[in-house]
Design a protein around this ligand. Structure first.
Ligand SMILES: NC(=O)c1ccc[n+]([C@@H]2O[C@H](COP(=O)([O-])OP(=O)(O)OC[C@H]3O[C@@H](n4cnc5c(N)ncnc54)[C@H](O)[C@@H]3O)[C@@H](O)[C@H]2O)c1
Length: 495
């Protein structure tokens, strides 16, 4: 594979050295590997204490880290036909097949899932199309063969999130750009690993945070950039939606992986849908950055009880009884370096209606998405009338929405699934920077291990690493919502 990636051997050495450095930092090696036995054993010891090892390790690592190449604003060479491989074909993989297969200048070359039946079903989706995908299946490491192919430009990773970093790093080492489902990493070590690998290989590593492309979120980003809110002071955001049925469904997620995560971690384990769009409005990593956070969570009143109830009549659930489930409501406050605040929640259990909140509070205006209907205020202590709201929408809705609204309206998540995939491909076709870079992936994903630590340490505050190594002060905005450049990729057919 060396001809594909001349840096590979050096890369392996660097990776090994980095790994040794990390392992010396006992805080990160021990505390961030949440979900494993190590964390479980130190969890009860560190609960209600101020365990400073992680904070120390974050500081030490930041001091040692040198940014060799700034991936913010990075544009790779133009790719006229983007050849794709997808790893993980459960729920999310097929959704990307649906959108990607409709975009011109895309070839889906390879599909991989551990379970052969999922790979076969995914290939069926491509019947009657020009995509001739080869299948990889049947063993845990088959995905490596997909990454090693020399006819793939972009690897899309849609496995359970605790596998994302290993797969993304390996794909970049093999000379591929990567688009990873959310979140991109589950530990601080993994966040740094993504950053260092992307910088060294100069491969894109974009997290596919699709909620940024929802109609209201796009409008808010456009308003924020045009100064409608004045100085943004605070954002409220959440992913509050009951997943009780899904998480206890025996036939939905592979190997009950979500339930296992809720049964072994603390803190916000699904932060990016709420946080991503707010971070973009606040220019996080481009003029501001996350400084520190505190996280508090309720006890678990529902999941352990549900596991016990189900186990009474179904022995399948016995292994899920008695676990120390994550509390039902997770609430995190983040302070940014420029003095803004963000309140971020995650509740996957309560039977209340789906709620993203998405509240923006600025010196001149504010907005609130949930509870519906969405509202905007021009700073006069009142919500705008329906007519005023429509006028604001007309004036500020960005071009990406106009161009893609019709073509994406039948894709998932309010059309955002098509918009994100289309713009990713359009940027690769035109050699443009992507809408989210590896520093976004790392900063937004770092919320998982940091909130885990905070909850286990009496909700003490913890610094968020600066993955940009200071470049946040001068990095320029990305996510070209007005399609100033590119925007010429066609969609072959509607859904
Ligand atoms: N952006 C969104 O709106 C959105 C929505 C849902 C899920 N997600 C994210 O997408 C990811 C996948 O979620 P899902 O709901 O599709 O889960 P899933 O359990 O339905 O699918 C995961 C698939 O990965 C496969 N897999 C497991 N180990 C593998 C290995 N070693 N090699 C190859 N395949 C392997 C499984 O067989 C399974 O088919 C998660 O990270 C989740 O957070 C994002």
């Amino acid at each position: 594979m060396s001809e594909l990636n001349p840096n590979k051997n050096d890369g392996e050495k660097t990776m090994k050295k980095n790994r040794r450095d990390f392992l010396k930092m006992t805080g990160i090696a021990g505390l961030s590997l949440a979900g494993g036995g190590v964390l479980k054993s130190c969890a009860s010891e560190s609960m209600n204490q101020n365990d400073t090892r992680l904070a120390q390790a974050i500081n030490d690592y930041e001091k040692k880290h040198i940014q060799h190449f700034n991936m913010s604003g990075y544009a790779a060479d133009k790719i006229s036909t983007v050849r794709i491989g997808i790893i993980g074909l459960g729920q999310r993989g097929p959704s990307h097949i649906k959108t990607m297969s409709r975009i011109e200048g895309v070839e889906i070359k390879a599909l991989c899932d551990l379970r052969p039946e999922k790979a076969i079903a995914a290939k069926k989706q491509l019947e009657n199309t020009d995509h001739k995908a080869e299948l990889y299946s049947g063993s845990e490491d088959e995905w490596k063969k997909l990454c090693q192919r020399n006819d793939i430009d972009l690897v899309i990773v849609t496995t359970p999130w605790y596998m994302h970093t290993e797969m993304a790093v390996y794909a970049m080492e093999q000379g591929k750009h990567v688009a990873s489902e959310v979140p991109a990493a589950g530990t601080i070590e993994e966040c740094w690993n993504l950053v260092e690998t992307a910088e060294r290989t100069r491969k894109h590593c974009m997290m596919l945070e699709n909620y940024s492309y929802m109609p209201f979120q796009l409008l808010m980003l456009s308003l924020a950039r045009q100064g409608f809110f004045g100085e943004i002071v605070h954002g409220d955001c959440a992913y509050n939606t009951s997943k009780m049925k899904n998480n206890f469904n025996k036939n939905l997620y592979w190997n009950m992986w979500w339930l296992r995560q809720y049964g072994s971690r603390k803190g916000n384990i699904y932060p990016t849908h709420g946080l991503g769009p707010i971070a973009q409005m606040m220019d996080i990593n481009r003029g501001d950055k996350f400084e520190f956070l505190v996280s508090v969570e309720s006890n678990d009143f529902m999941m352990a009880a549900k596991a016990k109830e189900l186990a009474e009549t179904d022995s399948f659930f016995e292994e899920f009884v008695g676990k120390d489930y994550r509390g039902n409501m997770s609430t995190t406050i983040i302070k940014t370096t420029q003095g803004r605040t963000i309140m971020l929640q995650h509740d996957a259990t309560s039977p209340s209606p789906h709620n993203m909140i998405h509240g923006i509070y600025g010196t001149k205006g504010s907005a609130l998405y949930d509870p519906q209907p969405p509202r905007i205020s021009t700073g006069n202590h009142k919500w705008a009338s329906a007519e005023e709201f429509e006028k604001i929408k007309e004036q500020y809705t960005p071009e990406i929405f106009h161009k893609m609204n019709e073509l994406s309206k039948n894709s998932g998540h309010g059309g955002s699934d098509m918009k994100i995939d289309w713009h990713l491909i359009d940027c690769l076709h035109n050699g443009l920077p992507l809408d989210q870079d590896v520093y976004d992936a790392a900063a937004w994903s770092s919320i998982l291990p940091l909130t885990d630590w905070s909850v286990r340490n009496n909700s003490n505050s913890i610094k968020v690493p600066d993955f940009t190594a200071g470049a946040w002060k001068t990095n320029k905005r990305n996510m070209d919502i007005n399609l100033d450049r590119g925007g010429n990729t066609k969609v072959k057919c509607d859904f």
